[in-house]
Write a protein that binds this ligand. Structure first.
Ligand code: F6P
Length: 537
């Protein structure tokens, strides 16, 4: 179990408060001007991944204090406990070992003293063989992943990200929403004879997934096809999947020490493996494993997930910035922000600490974002000139992502320009000079110039991947997973449970059962009661 940590009672906290008061007033432009070595010190190159955090509103003193905070929180011991399979998911009394899913024989991942790698590797081989058979037998043209949350967002995001490695694989579709329009819109274009459904559910009880799986089963049966030939399943609840009608050999199990939002590395990634093949899937795991080794072995000042986590804590706790915006300049990564929303917000969006008491500080930020350049024409106005500041992660890829290489140059130019604009902004003198040069009248300049000024000083991390491939995507995801873990340590929350999603599920079940009753009880508030009555009518 991870010990509680009280950030506001730490020695580093006092220092960070003092620094926030002074550093808050510094402009990034000046920090760069006064420090020629800044970029060198505040950037890192891992294999295939370059990360530049020089455009953050931090000084060396701030970084020192943040590292001291991490020390006080026992970050290194926390990472050790995580990798050692300690039961750090304390409210569910479980270990947290998704890293084992991407591990190798001999990595020594154990739960309750038992090495788990034999089982992990056997499942990996079985799902890899199954995926490769789906790819090669020519019978299946379309795979439909039915799942929601962690059983959807990770596989969907990675499958999209690896579009360029999917040649020879089936078309892979994702159905998650309990809105029947989702399933309908996918099935509309499919032929039951050549369609394989993969029902992915850790519990195999999730309402949305079971509703979609039942409907898909009826669709196969209506075509007089054997259900067992058209379904595979992924679950910790193997008996339920078999009872549903999936052949036991086509049910891929995993353990409760894998959280839903951290599960794409194992059988939950079956749709990814069907899309790109088992070899590329293995590369995805290898990339993540590289990042696991990095977080466990790199010293604090070179530890990229730690640094990323600390910057997030700095902004949330000390500068009061409410959100974290993720801007992938890669259309193939356009689901990455949605994936991260679950990974981050379901993990750290909590007001109760590890000691069971309300925490006295802010915890996880709102995570949001959109692929660039699309976002530029939607919400960047607010990023540049809004009243709140939203620290950004800009993710770009060096190698072109399509045959339209000219497009790629434009895409990259935009990514770099946005980071520069956020940081440098534009001062009033320049705006006025430009308007004068354009022949605008003094009155026009007076009226419009203030609106054209950008204060800048808006921080961003620039993450540059050499190429968007299975390995780099694995690295990137694991970087964020470890960032989330370390932030959870510092914020003193239980990052691996998700009790906050339960109440809505229970109430929806209650309302659903009332739907069929003649008159509903009066247990709801007036507003809820009216909505039920109105929709029943
Ligand atoms: O409702 C939240 C959640 O429990 C997520 O944590 C999980 O990823 C998702 O539902 C789906 O759960 P399951 O894989 O059990 O269907």
């Amino acid at each position: 179990m991870l010990k509680p940590f009280y950030l506001r009672q730490s020695a580093a906290h006092k220092r960070l408060l003092e620094l926030a008061a002074s550093v808050g007033a510094l402009h990034l432009r000046d920090l760069f001007a006064g420090d020629p070595d800044r970029l060198h010190r505040m950037s890192a190159s891992l294999e295939g991944l370059y990360l530049d955090w020089s455009k953050h509103r931090v000084t060396e003193e701030v970084m020192d204090a943040l590292f001291a905070l991490a020390e006080e929180a026992g970050w290194a011991k926390g990472v050790q406990d995580l990798f050692a399979g300690e039961r750090i998911n304390q409210t569910e009394d479980r270990a947290v070992l998704h890293m084992a899913l991407r591990g190798d024989a001999g990595d020594g991942f154990t739960v309750d003293g038992k090495d788990v790698m034999d089982e992990v590797l056997a499942t990996r081989r079985a799902m890899g063989a199954y995926a490769d058979a789906v790819r090669s037998n020519g019978r299946i043209t379309d795979v439909v992943n039915i799942g929601i949350g962690g059983s959807d967002l990770g596989p969907l995001m990675v499958t999209k990200a690896l579009r360029n490695q999917s040649e020879g694989g089936p078309n892979v579709h994702f159905v998650s929403n309990v809105d029947g329009a989702h399933l309908e819109s996918v099935l509309d274009s499919l032929n039951p004879e050549t369609t394989l459904f993969i029902v992915v559910s850790k519990t195999f009880t999730t309402q949305e997934t079971m509703a979609n799986a039942d409907a898909a089963k009826a669709w196969i049966e209506a075509a007089s096809l054997p259900v067992s030939d058209h379904f595979a399943a992924v679950s910790t609840n193997v008996p339920a999947a078999v009872a549903f009608g999936v052949k036991e050999a086509h049910v891929f199990g995993f353990r409760d020490w894998v959280g839903g939002r951290y599960s794409l590395w194992g059988p939950v990634g079956l749709s990814i493996a069907c899309s790109v093949g088992s070899a590329a899937f293995g590369e995805l795991l290898a990339g993540a494993r590289d990042m696991d080794r990095h977080v466990a072995e790199a010293p604090a000042r070179e530890n990229v997930p730690l640094i990323s986590a600390l910057l997030g804590v700095w902004y949330r706790e000390y500068l009061g910035f409410p959100t974290h915006v993720v801007l992938p300049y890669a259309q193939d990564l356009d689901r990455f922000p949605a994936y991260l929303q679950q990974a981050d917000m379901e993990s750290n969006g909590k007001y109760v600490g590890r000691d069971g008491l309300p925490v006295e500080h802010a915890t996880g930020p709102v995570v949001w974002g959109e692929a660039g350049t699309n976002g530029q024409h939607a919400f960047y106005q607010l990023l540049h000139q809004g009243t709140d500041i939203h620290p950004a992660d800009i993710i770009a890829v060096d190698a072109p992502l399509s045959a339209y290489t000219d497009h790629h140059t434009k895409l990259l130019a935009n990514a770099i320009a946005q980071a520069e604009a956020l940081m440098c902004g534009r001062n009033e003198a320049d705006v006025r000079a430009e308007m004068e040069a354009a022949g605008r009248t003094a009155a026009e300049i007076e009226a419009v110039a203030p609106h054209r000024v950008f204060r800048g000083n808006r921080p961003s991390t620039f993450i540059l991947l050499d190429a968007l491939n299975a390995r780099s995507v694995g690295q990137l995801i694991a970087l964020y997973e470890h960032r989330i873990f370390i932030q959870g340590l510092l914020w003193n929350v239980c990052s691996y449970d998700q009790w906050g999603v339960e109440l809505g599920k229970v109430l929806a079940k209650n309302i659903l059962s009332e739907w069929s009753e003649v008159s509903t009880g009066s247990e709801h508030d007036a507003s809820t009661q009216f909505l039920i009555e109105r929709l029943k009518r």
